[in-house]
Design a protein around this ligand. Structure first.
Ligand code: DX5
Ligand code: ZN
Length: 226
């Protein structure tokens, strides 16, 4: 079993984005890019131009988390410019299957995200067609919020289904994941960890990445699902 540490650039110094990313490039697996449209969530961040520039300046795959309306219309473009993983929200899609095909058409990995209030049951039918499930552990929109430990049963249930069906799907958690919360995420079955403040606001982001990774691996070793 592997562990993926995906720092969220939303917590970085956005005026020095490429420099900040390159400093920790060797300590993480993907950079997590939070795309927000001020409609699906009450915040506005960045879109395709930033993704394209980042891809040209930082030699690391990007994990784009689209918090936007109408992902069927836009998700394919993120895959087309080269984002290796593109995640959209179930709640925003009229046809999740169309968004999935739009991403797959360009060869990127497909992620499906659910907000805290969304039942896991609603998305189980897509598990065979996606590469990653994102269980939000905060209300999407802002970095630096408190971790919702009450999302852990959802992570656990998703992991049970992955085991039962022997699926290759990974399980990502995003929101308030830090040195104090990452172990419980890993114990419950998550294997992809988005960390914003816990990495970019740390005194030494490299040490923070390494520490988060070792905490996740320690919790995974001997966990019920490994
Ligand atoms: C929230 C975003 C997160 C956020 C994580 O809507 O999806 O990726 O940037 O930041 P932290 O880890 O600080 O909660
Ligand atoms: Zn995110």
């Amino acid at each position: 079993m592997g562990v993926s540490i995906n720092p969220s650039i939303l917590s970085a110094d956005l005026a020095n984005l490429a420099t900040e990313c390159n400093e920790i490039r060797d300590y993480c697996d993907y950079f997590h890019v939070d795309v927000m449209d001020y409609h699906f969530v009450p915040n506005l961040t960045f879109g395709l131009p930033v993704v394209e520039h980042l891809l040209s300046k930082v030699d690391k795959p990007l994990d784009c988390h689209l918090m936007i309306e109408n992902p069927e219309r836009w998700a394919g473009a993120y895959a087309e410019v080269g984002a290796q993983s593109v995640t959209f929200h179930y709640e925003a899609a009229k046809s999740p299957r169309n968004a999935i095909s739009a991403i797959k058409q360009h060869g990127s990995r497909v992620g499906l995200a659910i907000k805290p209030a969304t039942d896991l049951q609603d998305v189980i039918e897509y598990f065979d067609d996606i590469d990653m499930l994102l269980v939000m552990t905060v209300e999407p929109g802002f970095s630096g919020q408190s971790f919702m430990a009450n999302m852990m049963p959802k992570v656990r249930r998703a992991r049970e289904i992955v085991l039962e069906r022997n699926l290759p799907m990974t399980i990502q958690v995003d929101g308030g994941v830090s040195a104090t919360t990452i172990s419980q995420c890993s114990e419950n079955g998550a294997d992809v960890f988005v960390c914003g403040h816990a990495v970019f606001r740390a005194e030494d982001p490299r040490v923070a990445c390494a520490n988060l990774r070792s905490l996740a691996i320690d919790a995974q070793n001997g966990a019920w699902w490994t």
